[in-house]
Design a protein around this ligand. Structure first.
Ligand SMILES: [Zn+2]
Length: 100
């Protein structure tokens, strides 16, 4: 059994519209996620303040000037822990506590 040409045409356009709608929704969802990520970039996850990059003895950290929360990027803590100078970690954290 074969469909009538108009039935095939209706199916074709319905499938095409559904596919276009799916792509449009996916693009809108991605744009919303990207916008939310952008709005959170360098913002404190605790209070929403604008994080500032600080340098403590050559170690770059991100700190919130409002609540003084401090964040290490991936690998930064590892650099301190494995540094050839075993006292570096104590001095970095000492400097952090002096700031509070
Ligand atoms: Zn904060």
């Amino acid at each position: 059994m074969t469909d009538k040409p108009s039935q095939n045409e209706d199916e074709y356009f319905a499938l095409r519209d559904a596919e276009l709608l799916k792509k449009q929704r996916a693009a809108e969802e991605k744009a919303a996620i990207d916008a939310e990520r952008k709005s959170h970039h360098m913002r404190c996850p605790k209070c929403g303040g604008h994080l500032q990059a600080i340098d403590l003895r050559g170690v770059q950290l991100d700190q919130c000037p409002d609540c003084l929360g401090t964040w290490f990027d991936a690998g930064e803590l590892d650099v301190i822990i494995r540094h050839k100078d075993p006292g570096l970690m104590g001095r970095v954290f000492g400097d952090l506590f002096k700031k509070k």
